[in-house]
Write a protein that binds this ligand. Structure first.
Ligand SMILES: [Zn+2]
Length: 371
């Protein structure tokens, strides 16, 4: 759903707006726009901006837009510095928020990927470039928040854990080959941290290491029950440490400025969002963007997570299912909507379901297309 709010008094000509709208709708990442299409003067209002206020082809430098939040479809990102792309993906209870990617090229020109994934796409093969980012742990964490406010209730599920059973309304996980990719890739090793605050399902830090590890590993190893071998050639993700840094995601499920550490934590997100992933990557001409950071936050403020889904489960969210889904975003998969409810990358979470813990056919094919 698009928001119509237009908070700008930009002196765009009619042609430029038409061009920008077309560019937005066609949603081409990295589309090159003639320099002449950029406005000579760009004055953004102080109000919240939508992607239409800072359309494809505009310049974050001319518009003085770096650090401003740009919203779309119920979510948003903080405009990054030139030479950076940022993506946001939220898994929601009601499907009101999705995700998008904003790319700012090295000249400061904006482009977007606003497509919603309904069907398979073709991916661009990436070359193997080194990923040598060293986290800048010496800098302050601008997003530091009070930690203990969002601690989830302890996980007290009793009874036997339920088995993974496909939902009847969608093709089975092993027969649904649908996937879509985000245009980014981890060329090196994903080094990830866990925040030192409250965690979903009331997990201890040690528990969370293994639970999140399981989720990340499911993606890295194409873990599935369909008989697909692991052909995903990806460096094994590396858990680093507990950190006082936070996932760079605010209470509106918008990506804030990145701090250099890929952090998984719990916190308060938009009230219909189970979890949000933000990625930051560097555009790499001709190949998929080079992932530099990916943060994951579970909404422990509005939802009750569990690590053990039992037959008596009610209104609980499986932390491993959501974690595996979010890990899919980290490594470049997009949400899938429509009748694909048995895939890990299905964009609406189903409470009390463990289906997303193991990948479906489309999830495996999507990863194989990237790695
Ligand atoms: Zn998602």
């Amino acid at each position: 759903m698009l928001t119509n709010k237009r908070g700008y008094n930009l002196r765009f000509g009619r042609a430029i707006m038409a061009f920008a709208l077309a560019a937005s709708l066609s949603a081409v990442v990295g589309s090159t726009n003639p320099a002449s299409a950029a406005p000579d003067v760009c004055e953004l209002t102080e109000e919240e901006l939508t992607v239409y206020d800072l359309p494809a082809g505009s310049s974050v430098i001319q518009c003085d837009a770096v650090g401003r939040v740009v919203t779309y479809d119920g979510t948003g990102v903080t405009v990054p510095s030139p030479g950076t792309a940022v993506s946001v993906d939220s898994i929601t209870a009601d499907g009101e928020s999705h995700g998008f990617m904003m790319e700012v090229d090295t000249n400061g020109i904006v482009s977007y990927d606003l497509t919603e994934a309904e069907s398979a796409d073709s991916s661009v093969a990436g070359s193997d470039a080194a990923d040598s980012l060293t986290p800048t742990t010496t800098t302050g964490d601008v997003t530091l928040e009070a930690d203990n406010a969002e601690a989830d209730a302890s996980d007290s599920s009793e009874g036997a854990e339920v088995a993974e059973v496909d939902a009847a309304a969608s093709p089975g996980a092993c027969s649904d080959g649908t996937y879509a990719t985000k245009g980014l890739k981890e060329y090196g090793t994903y080094n990830w941290y866990i925040g030192d605050g409250g965690l979903p399902a009331g997990m201890s830090h040690d528990d969370a290491i293994w639970v999140f590890y399981d989720a990340v590993a499911a993606i890295a190893e194409s873990y599935n029950n369909c008989g697909y071998s692991d052909q995903v050639d990806m460096n094994y993700p590396n858990y680093m440490a507990k950190t006082s840094f936070e996932a760079d995601i605010n209470t509106s499920s918008q990506c804030t400025d990145r701090d250099g550490l890929s952090t998984w934590d719990g916190g308060n997100l938009k009230d219909d969002v189970y979890a949000t992933t933000c990625t930051w990557s560097w555009p790499a001409p001709g190949v998929k963007n080079d992932l530099r950071e990916a943060d994951v936050r579970f909404n422990t403020h509005d939802f009750d997570f569990t690590n053990k889904v039992t037959s008596s489960c009610s209104n609980k969210v499986d932390v491993r299912s959501v974690g595996t889904h979010e890990a899919g975003h980290v490594f470049g998969l997009k949400d899938i909507y429509g009748s694909h409810g048995n895939l890990t990358m299905y964009g609406y979470s189903i409470e009390c379901s463990t289906r997303a813990r193991t990948l479906g056919k489309g999830d495996v094919l999507g990863l194989r297309s990237i790695y």
